[in-house]
Design a protein around this ligand. Structure first.
Ligand code: ASP
Ligand code: MG
Length: 416
């Protein structure tokens, strides 16, 4: 048995869905679980709908209609006029609309999960019908009956034993099963979600629970590259990455694959393929047990709009444990995400991402105890498996503020 996962970008239009059909056809000799995200930017659109509802305390009719029209256009291209799918999708949108009339919950996160799940329910219904229409006898499976989580809405924690049992028993019949990524349910059967971009994780949960031979994530890129092609020139395809190497890359911010997705796969040594949707015959990337990285090459990760904070003691005393623990307590309090730290006898530098715009508050508090030097809008480049050439290339024309090296990693912070 295998799992295929298709993200929103790969099913954003009729061509994408036809492409999915041809990929499912090609693997027809094997049992297959097809995990699909919401189409295109549907989850973003649903987020806007939810925000509108909370801000205006009214039903976002126009926005719902726009989202309906987007799906309706796709249906018009894929199905004959009188196909039952038109009604099924219309009903989903009516339910969605109705939710905003009946919901009494003041909880944004709860409402969020009840609403965004429609994106995946709708996309998988369309795709399952389309496969059926094209002589693939696939079965639609409601992932909410499989993936059980706690009630931590927008970031449900999977209850593994229950989930695994459900998945095994609900996938017994059918050669091709189409199900949703991203969504699950709690003990009261309310919808939960696994966090944005959580469909990869869903796919890994299915693969783990069914001891699958492999998981393939179909993307609109050739595989995992050694850097973001929008930022770096001459990027290379990484053909093989070990689980631990992939986790390292993800830790430093590479948008490889989320560590949560890798963990269940690693436990059962299920290989993960990341392949091009447009070019299925091409190699792509394999993440599995084996060599750390092939080809062995520097990997580049870039983060922008960070803040470099340099703290030194006012009285020239050393920066030691008690100061450092105080600094970290404050960083935690103001929800700063720490990327790099470096300390010397009388100073301590820390490069942070200030997601919640708290730097003013933080510095007011710290100023009482430390001398502060704050540089805003710095860039952090992390090079894993660096060599001198790669450092030269990145440093060219930039002003270096701080550098840190370990055996495999060089991190460089530049001003902008
Ligand atoms: N549709 C969800 C999102 O856009 C889940 C996913 O795509 O993985 O975040
Ligand atoms: Mg998506």
């Amino acid at each position: 048995m295998k799992v295929f996962k298709f993200g929103g970008a790969s099913v954003k239009n009729p061509e994408g869905i036809k492409n999915l059909l041809s990929l499912v056809r090609k693997s027809n000799d094997e049992r297959l679980i097809v995990v699909v995200s919401a189409m295109g930017k549907t989850t973003n659109a649903l987020e806007v709908i939810i925000d509108y509802y909370f801000q205006n305390k009214s039903k976002p009719d126009r926005l719902i209609l726009e989202l309906y029209q987007y799906h309706k256009e796709i249906l018009d291209e894929l199905f004959e006029d009188n196909h039952e799918i038109f009604n099924i999708i219309k009903l989903y949108f009516e339910k969605l609309s109705h939710f905003f009339i009946t919901s009494k919950s003041p909880s944004h996160s709860f409402v969020y999960d009840q609403v965004v799940a429609f994106g995946e329910l709708i996309s998988t219904s369309i795709i399952n019908s389309f496969l059926n229409n094209n002589s693939i006898e696939s079965t639609w499976l409601d992932a909410r009956n499989c993936i059980k989580t706690d009630s931590n809405y927008r970031g449900g924690n999977v209850i593994w034993d229950q989930t695994q049992k459900n998945i095994v028993s609900l996938t017994k019949n059918g050669n091709v099963i189409v199900t949703q990524g991203f969504i699950g349910s709690d003990k009261n059967n309310f919808n939960t979600t696994l966090g944005r971009e959580g469909s990869d994780y869903s796919a890994a949960i299915f693969a783990y629970s069914l001891n699958c031979d492999s998981l393939t994530i179909w993307k609109d890129v050739p595989g995992v590259l050694n850097g973001d092609p929008k930022v770096f020139d001459n990027t290379k395809l990484l053909e093989q990455i070990s689980y631990s190497e992939a986790i390292e890359l993800a830790f430093y911010g590479a948008s490889v694959i989320h560590p949560k997705t890798l963990q269940p796969l690693q436990k059962k040594e299920i290989p993960l393929f990341v392949k091009s949707f447009y070019n299925p015959e091409s190699k792509g990337t394999k993440i599995s047990r084996g060599v750390d990285l092939f080809p062995m090459t520097p990997c580049f990760i870039n983060k922008e709009k960070l803040i470099l904070i340099k703290l030194s003691s006012i009285d020239f005393s050393f920066i030691v444990e008690n100061h450092i623990s105080e600094i970290f307590k404050s960083l935690h309090e103001f929800k700063m995400k720490v990327d790099v730290i470096q300390n010397s006898a009388i100073s301590f530098s820390v490069c942070v991402f200030d997601k919640y715009n708290k730097i003013e508050e933080l510095s007011k508090k710290m100023e009482k105890k430390f001398k502060l030097d704050i540089t805003r809008d710095v860039s952090l480049f992390t090079i894993r498996h660096f060599d001198e050439n790669s450092i030269k290339k990145i440093s060219k024309g930039r002003t270096l503020l701080l550098e840190q090296r370990t055996e495999k990693i060089s991190q460089l912070i530049f001003s902008n």
